[in-house]
Ligand binder design. Structure first.
Ligand SMILES: [Zn+2]
Length: 66
């Protein structure tokens, strides 16, 4: 059984979730912002799938890492 990492398990109060879209736009989310937007049980895959670039408006294309 695969254990999925969630925002809750991966992030602490000073962790920054970083995103980078193919268009070059980069985003940064604090733990609080990331959990508010995506939910504490979201995985990085969920974040990637749901993230919409604020610059080019593509969905599901950005790289996501912590
Ligand atoms: Zn973009």
């Amino acid at each position: 059984m695969t254990k999925y990492e969630t925002l809750r398990s991966m992030m602490s109060y000073d962790t920054i979730l970083k995103t980078k879209c193919p268009c070059g736009h980069e985003g940064r989310f604090s733990q609080r912002d990331a959990i508010t937007l995506f939910g504490a049980d979201a995985t990085p895959f969920d974040v990637r799938r749901r993230l919409r670039c604020s610059k080019c408006h593509q969905v599901g294309k950005a790289e996501v890492w912590i």
